[in-house]
Design a protein. Sequence first.
Length: 204
Amino acid sequence: MGLYSTYIFPRMLELALGGRVPTEYRHQALADAAGEVLEIGFGTGLNLACYPRAVARLTVLDPERLLPKKVARRIAAASFPVETAFLDAERLPFESARFDTVVSTWTLCTIPDAAAALGEIRRVLKPNGRFLFLEHGRSDDERVARRQDRWNGLQRVIGCGCNLNRPIDALVSGAGLRIARLERFLMPRTPRLLAEHYLGCATV
Ligand SMILES: C[S@@+](CC[C@H](N)C(=O)[O-])C[C@H]1O[C@@H](n2cnc3c(N)ncnc32)[C@H](O)[C@@H]1O
């Protein structure tokens, strides 16, 4: 990892996604998390304070070790055990049907092979498990989507691999997960090309 991705990017992430409004959406996204939970793309641990009491144990993974001291403090403050792993979501080292809940917030935009990661999510979820997601992605407005396509190359550099234009609902369904609930909204006070959001729950 370079200086930008180690020091600057995680602080930008904290500023952009750690404020009051994104935190309110995190609480909404995680409200149904319960039991054995897996979170992919853990980042700097901003979800930790947003999990409900029903979580028994949280396993988190991310290929990068971002802001390790801050993350350690957040983990220490959690009211449930947290296990960390430095791994890609495309190949999960867990047995099938292990988790009650899998969580992804602002991560499907970045995972190089999101379809493979979603296939793994489906595999590790119990038959009655839930995939909870809160993601930005492709707009349904074709003019906006074309601008997202145009600016995607630059975003991938600034956002350390983040894509503006992924159709999150199609990716989730394409992996064989059933979308049980989906809310589309524009994140307030966010540049238009990044504002298009998908908040939902999918089942196996
Ligand atoms: C925009 S950040 C979001 C962090 C966190 N989920 C949040 O809500 O604040 C995207 C995260 O995806 C992680 N990531 C990148 N490639 C990944 C992969 N192949 N598997 C899992 N996570 C990945 C990045 O390291 C980064 O922490």
